[in-house]
Design a protein around this ligand. Structure first.
Ligand SMILES: [Zn+2]
Length: 237
C-alpha cells in the first residue's frame, strides 16, 4: 500500500477528532480546512476589535484580516497558505509571486516537520510572536500601520478562537500543554454544524461592520426607510 508521505491524515483547522492529532508531523483525520470560515471570522474579529478600540478600519483592512486568519495553519503544508499561493491567470503575476509561494511552502514544511500541526502557531506564544512581527510592520509603515497592526492581530487571534470551537481544540498554552475549547466537546468540521457556525459568523461580522462604519449604517437605514415607505403606499387588500 502506498502511504501518503505527510501521513494518512488529511485536513486542518476546522477538523474532526483524532486522538493523536496534535503530534508533530501529522495532520488531523478530518475534512479539509474551510478557509472561508476562517476568513469570515477574521473580518468579524477586525470589526469587533475596531468597535472596542473606537476606530474605523479602512476597507482594505478586511481582506488583510481574512488572510491573517489563515496564517496559523501555515503549520499544515496542505492549508491554503502552506501550499503556496494559488496559480493566477497572469503569467507575470505568477512569476512575481513565485518566490513568496516558495517561502510559504518552506516555512510550512519547516513548521510541520519540527513542531507539527496545531502547536506553536495555534498558541498564545505564536500569537505573541505574530503580534511582534505586526508591530514591526506598524513602526515601519507610518500612516496605515496601526490599522494594519489591528487587522493582522485580530485576524490571527480569530483563527485560535475559531479552532477552539472545533473538536480537537487548540493548545493555547503550548508547549506547556492543555487544550482549550470554547464549546464543550467541540464542533465537528465539514458538516452542517460548521455551516451553521459559518452562517452565524457572517451575520455577526456583518452586524459588527454595520456598527463600526457610519457609511454602512446610512446605506442600510436608507434601504430600510425606502422599503417601509413603499410599504406604506401600498393600499390594503
Ligand atoms: Zn488551525
Amino acid at each position: 500500500m502506498v502511504r501518503d508521505p505527510l501521513g494518512e491524515d488529511r485536513g486542518a483547522g476546522w477538523s474532526g477528532s483524532s486522538g493523536s492529532s496534535l503530534r508533530a508531523g501529522r495532520l488531523l483525520d478530518s475534512p479539509p480546512v474551510n478557509a472561508v470560515t476562517h476568513a469570515v471570522f477574521g473580518a468579524g474579529a477586525l470589526a469587533g476589535a475596531s468597535l472596542v478600540l473606537g476606530v474605523e478600519p479602512a476597507l482594505y483592512a478586511y481582506p488583510v484580516a481574512g488572510v491573517a486568519a489563515l496564517v496559523p495553519d501555515l503549520d499544515n503544508p496542505r492549508s491554503k497558505l502552506g501550499n503556496g499561493l494559488s496559480p493566477m491567470r497572469s503569467p507575470l503575476l505568477n512569476a512575481l509571486t513565485r518566490p513568496l509561494s516558495w517561502a510559504l511552502r518552506a516555512v510550512s514544511f519547516g513548521l510541520f516537520k519540527t513542531v507539527g500541526h496545531r502547536t506553536l502557531t495555534h498558541s498564545l506564544l505564536g500569537l505573541a510572536a505574530f503580534a511582534a512581527l505586526a508591530w514591526l510592520l506598524w513602526r515601519a509603515v507610518p500612516g496605515p500601520g496601526y490599522g494594519l497592526f489591528v487587522a493582522l492581530v485580530a485576524g490571527y487571534a480569530s483563527h485560535l478562537a475559531a479552532d477552539s470551537l472545533n473538536t480537537p481544540g487548540v493548545p493555547l498554552l503550548w508547549p506547556v500543554g492543555g487544550t482549550a475549547r470554547l464549546w464543550p466537546g467541540g464542533i465537528r468540521s465539514g458538516g452542517v454544524a460548521e455551516l451553521v457556525v459559518a452562517v452565524i459568523a457572517v451575520a455577526v461580522a456583518g452586524y459588527l461592520a454595520y456598527l463600526v462604519h457610519p457609511v454602512l449604517q446610512d446605506q442600510v437605514d436608507g434601504v430600510l426607510s425606502a422599503a417601509l415607505y413603499r410599504e406604506s403606499l401600498t393600499p390594503p387588500l
